[in-house]
Structures are given as structure tokens and as C-alpha cells.
Design a protein around this ligand. Structure first.
Ligand SMILES: Cc1cc2nc3c(=O)[nH]c(=O)nc-3n(C[C@H](O)[C@H](O)[C@H](O)COP(=O)(O)OP(=O)(O)OC[C@H]3O[C@@H](n4cnc5c(N)ncnc54)[C@H](O)[C@@H]3O)c2cc1C
Length: 520
């Protein structure tokens, strides 16, 4: 069922069993899992079915830390959420990503990788990813030319990726949601406050507001906030009428530990014997479903060198073409496309995927030189955070301020990665690695623009101990009996690879938890 909330009377009261706020990758996944159950599910989406500049403007915020993409371009505010323009790159987090690493402050999840394994396999289908195979050896069986660059190393291994079409949740799953008998989707229902009981032990309702000032309330037995990392934190912090510092924020942790993935051109690789060295495994066939490998360091190498997890993509290119690193180019293209798109008032996703596919460097014949582009987790950092601004948006909600900050461990890890990789390439006679100048400078200095992957994580991190995080291992906000968070906001650490496969897996796990536990 679907209702445009603008057609409701001011003061309307909606009642259900479960109320999900936000219909993006996480919210739609949870709603689909609960479709055809006995539960009445309210799915409140702030936007409509299409891009609307007025709605998107609600995401604008201040960047007060390291330079970052404009927030109103870094996530999308309509049905389907940011999957309306995501690129579809997917891979699984590794067991080490969930572990407490003594060299990474604030690391460690209260769940292990094996807890997510069955949900990863299911998430693979949700994202239309093909077979659940992330071992390079499996792909070699299909095509003997797909061989890792370093086959026998215990230091370097090949991490596999797969590519979603990319699944646009708003298009792919719209009719399933709208035609569901027990899921009631309300569009244009922008939630501006989460309301708790007097004792602040449970949530009673959420309050939504339209541009014309009309309001509605939704009451339910349980609630899930699935508004994306920055907006989830904003909503909790802005719900400060009853709890002065915001709901779930008794330990001043909501909004902290904001993390991104560094995606930065960092080095060059010259292979020793281009005629016989096969690099097919690493080549990008995008868009499409062809798997692709990236170079990664083993868990033991990460431990030995006390560094973060990361990978390097291997893109054929001219060695003189250093400044035009692939991801620098991608970021520029994306920002330009987003701005043009906004200024032109166009609807629908911008043609970023087409732009990338058309302009990505191509090699003719066996390539010898490759650009190495880092993809690395950012160390969890309490000073990297989202807070509220004094400025309000058109609905009267405080805007956000993003103070994105990094640590010396972030940069040292990136440089050490290439030093170790270079040694392995030399030792095995595979090739030589050159590290870019910016990475050789001291660990506190960064280039003028630090390129992130448009991946927002942290802000309501998961922890067993309420003093160390905002949600528990089931994504329930510590201290609030019936409030859950969906999405990458709950990640305590960022993992080396893109977040959406993992957040869909976690959303499936949360849906199972909601289905199988009461009270209903
Ligand atoms: C350019 C770009 C490329 C990307 N490429 C990749 C990639 O290749 N691989 C990858 O893994 N990830 C990628 N991502 C990230 C990916 O898009 C996100 O991880 C994912 O969409 C997050 O899902 P979500 O459900 O948490 O948030 P969203 O998908 O953003 O959904 C949140 C929903 O909540 C709604 N909402 C927000 N606030 C409110 C409110 N107050 N009331 C009601 N509703 C609200 C929004 O309108 C939206 O529909 C990319 C992101 C960008 C920007």
C-alpha cells in the first residue's frame, strides 16, 4: 500500500507494529523481509518517488573539518535512497575487520564475520550479484587466464569484487512494496523527531512534518531508523526535547566515529614481463557482472606492520599520466555530474556509470604500467564526527555539521601498504612499485583534497558495552527497548571495501531478529 503523506489531515495518527524510517537500501530490505508477515509495517520515506531539489536541499550541511563532498550531493533523499546513484561495487568484509586489533584503537565488533556469513549469501541476491563467490581460485576454474599476480605469497593476496547492475532499490522493489498487503509506505513523510516515553526507556512515536507545516505521528511497538549514516545521527541528536543531548546519546557517542574509505591514487606498478604476466583478473569490465581482483595484504602482514586493512586496484595506464589517477578523475566526474544535474533540475539518476564506463582508461595489448589506487578503511576516531548546526532547514530541523578528521595511522598504513607490496613485487620478480610523493610526506600532512568513496559509516557504532557504542549486537540502541538502527551507521570499523553488501546483510539479520523476537 502507498499513501502520499501530503494528502493526510494535519495531526494524522498512523499505527502499526513496526515503523521503519527511511526507504533506501536498508529500509527497503527490512520491509521486504517483513512483507507477507502478520505484522503491520509502516515505512516512512521523507522523499517521493523522484528526485526533488527542495527535498534534497534538506541534506545540506556545513563541512567544518577536512574538505568533503557537498552533503546534499553525497546521499539521495527520495524513495530508494542513495542506491538511486550508487555504482554497485561489492565485496565482503574479512574476518579481521570484525576483530579487536590492538594496533587499531576502538576496533572490534561484538559480532564476528561468521555471524554474517548466511546473511551475506542472501544479500548477494538482493543486490543481483550472481554467485556468492569471493575466492579468486573459484573464478580461475571458470577462466584459467584469471590468475593472481602473486600466487605464492603469504603477504599479498587477491581480494575479489563483484558488481551489482547496480540495483536501484527504488525501481527494482517499488511495486513489491507498494503492492504489499501489510507494508504501508508513506512518501513525503519526513521524520523530524523521535519521541520517547517519560522514563526515556522506549520510543512511543515519531513525528513527521511537511513543507506546508502539516504534521503526522506514527506509533508502533518497535522502530527502525534507516535514514543513512549522517541523517540517522542527525535525527537522534535533534530529538533533544526530552533528552537534552539527544536520544541514545547518554554517553556522548551519537555522531562520533564518522568514517569514510580513502580512495586515492597512491602509486604505480611496472610489471617485469608484460608478455606473460596475466592481469586479466584485475581488469575492470564495468558496468557488468564480471568479477575483479584487487591487491591486498594478508591479516598477518597487517598485524606485523600494525596497519589498517586496505587494497590497491590495478588499472592499466601511462606512467606519465600520474596526475590523472583514475579515482581523482572519477571524483571530479561525479561532482561535476551531480552539480550539472542539480542545476539543470533533472530527474532520475545522473549518468555517472555511463561516464565512467566510457572514459575509464583502456589498455591495448599486454599492458606494462598500472596505476595503483588505494581503497583503505579509515581508523575509528571519536573526533571525526557529525554534530548539529545552529542553522535550521525548511522543516525546522537543525542542519548537520561534518567534522571529518583522520589520524596518523590512516596515512602510515597507506604508505606501509605500498612499501610492503613493493618489496613483495621485487622479491618475487613480479615488478616494481613507485609510491607517489604525497604519500611519502609526513604522516600528519594530507593533500588538499582527500578523496573518499562516498561511503558514510559510524555515528551510531555497535558495541557490547553501552559506554563504547550506541547500539548493541542486534542494532538496538542501548537503553531504548524498541529502537533499532539500520545501515552502515552501526559499523565500529569501516572494513577495506565498499559498505553496501555488508549493510544489506546486516539489515537482513536485523529483519530476522525482529521477526523472531517479541514483543509484538
Ligand atoms: C556516488 C555514490 C556511489 C556509491 N557507490 C557505491 C558502491 O559502488 N558500492 C557500495 O557498496 N556503496 C556505494 N555507495 C554507498 C551506498 O549508496 C550506500 O551505502 C547505501 O545507499 C546506504 O544505504 P542506506 O539505506 O543506509 O541509506 P540510503 O540508501 O541513502 O537510504 C536512506 C533513506 O532514508 C530516507 N530518509 C532520510 N532522512 C529521512 C527522514 N528524516 N525521514 C524519512 N526518511 C528519511 C532517504 O530519503 C532515503 O530514502 C555509493 C554512494 C554514492 C553517493
Amino acid at each position: 500500500m502507498h499513501t502520499d503523506a501530503r494528502t493526510l489531515e494535519n495531526g494524522a495518527l498512523l499505527e502499526g507494529d513496526l515503523c521503519i524510517v527511511g526507504a533506501g537500501a536498508s529500509g527497503i530490505t527490512i520491509a521486504r523481509e517483513l512483507a507477507n508477515s502478520n505484522l503491520k509495517v509502516l515505512l516512512l520515506e521523507g522523499g517521493g518517488f523522484d528526485f526533488d531539489p527542495q527535498m534534497q536541499e534538506l541534506y545540506r550541511g556545513d563541512i567544518i573539518g577536512k574538505p568533503y563532498y557537498p552533503l546534499q550531493a553525497a546521499a539521495l533523499h527520495f524513495f530508494g535512497g542513495t542506491t538511486n546513484h550508487w555504482a554497485g561495487w561489492c565485496s565482503t568484509y574479512e574476518p579481521i575487520d570484525f576483530e579487536k586489533r590492538d594496533w587499531v584503537p576502538h576496533s572490534g565488533w561484538p559480532i564476528r564475520r561468521e555471524d554474517l556469513d548466511p546473511f551475506y549469501a542472501r544479500a548477494q541476491n538482493v543486490l543481483e550479484l550472481g554467485p556468492y563467490k569471493y575466492d579468486a581460485a573459484d573464478w580461475k576454474n571458470d577462466d584459467p587466464d584469471r590468475v593472481p599476480l602473486l600466487n605464492d605469497s603469504h603477504v599479498v593476496w587477491t581480494k575479489m569484487w563483484q558488481f551489482s547492475p547496480p540495483t536501484r532499490f527504488g525501481q527494482k522493489y517499488r511495486s513489491e512494496i507498494v503492492n504489499s498487503a501489510n507494508v504501508h509506505l508513506y512518501t513525503h513523510a519526513n521524520v523530524v523527531e523521535v519521541e520517547a516515553n517519560d522514563g526515556l526507556t522506549a520510543v512511543q512515536s515519531v513525528r513527521a512534518r511537511g513543507f506546508d507545516g502539516r504534521e503526522l505521528r506514527a506509533r508502533a511497538k518497535r522502530f527502525v531508523l534507516a535514514c543513512h549514516t549522517i541523517q540517522n545521527a542527525r535525527l537522534l541528536l535533534a530529538s533533544n526535547r526530552q533528552a537534552r543531548t539527544g536520544l541514545g546519546n547518554g554517553n556522548d557517542l551519537v555522531g562520533r566515529y564518522f568514517m569514510e574509505h580513502f580512495e586515492m591514487p597512491a602509486g604505480e606498478l611496472a610489471v617485469a614481463n608484460p608478455r606473460t604476466t596475466k592481469t586479466k583478473l584485475y581488469q575492470l569490465a564495468f558496468p557488468g557482472n564480471t568479477p575483479r581482483g584487487e591487491l591486498a595484504l594478508s591479516p598477518s602482514a597487517q598485524k606485523e606492520h600494525r596497519i589498517l586493512n586496505g587494497t590497491a586496484s590495478v588499472e592499466p595506464g601511462d606512467p606519465a599520466d600520474q596526475v590523472q589517477g583514475t579515482f581523482q578523475f572519477i571524483d571530479t566526474a561525479m561532482i561535476t555530474a551531480m552539480r550539472k544535474w542539480e542545476l539543470g533540475g533533472k530527474k532520475g539518476p545522473p549518468p555517472i556509470a555511463i561516464a565512467l564506463a566510457g572514459r575509464a582508461p583502456r589498455a591495448s595489448g599486454p599492458p606494462r604500467f598500472f596505476h595503483l589506487t588505494t581503497r583503505q578503511e579509515q581508523a575509528p576516531n571519536p573526533d571525526s564526527r557529525v554534530t548539529l548546526s545552529t542553522e535550521k532547514d525548511a522543516l525546522g530541523m537543525p542542519r548537520v555539521r561534518l567534522d571529518w578528521q583522520m589520524t596518523e595511522l590512516d596515512k602510515r598504513s597507506m604508505r606501509t601498504f605500498y612499501e610492503v607490496l613493493g618489496r613483495e613485487m621485487g622479491r618475487t620478480g613480479t615488478g616494481r612499485v613507485q609510491i607517489r610523493d604525497w604519500l611519502l610526506s609526513d604522516d600528519r600532512s594530507w593533500p588538499s583534497f582527500i578523496s573518499g568513496g562516498w561511503h558514510h559509516m559510524g555515528t551510531t557504532r555497535m558495541s557490547a558495552d553501552p559506554k563504547e557504542g550506541v547500539v548493541d549486537a542486534n542494532c538496538r540502541v542501548h537503553g531504548l527497548a524498541n529502537l533499532y538502527i539500520g545501515g552502515a551507521a552501526v559499523y565500529p570499523t569501516a572494513g577495506a571495501v565498499n559498505p553496501t553488501l555488508t549493510l544489506v546483510a546486516l539489515s537482513l539479520r536485523l529483519a530476522d531478529h525482529l521477526k523472531t523476537t517479541g514483543p509484538w
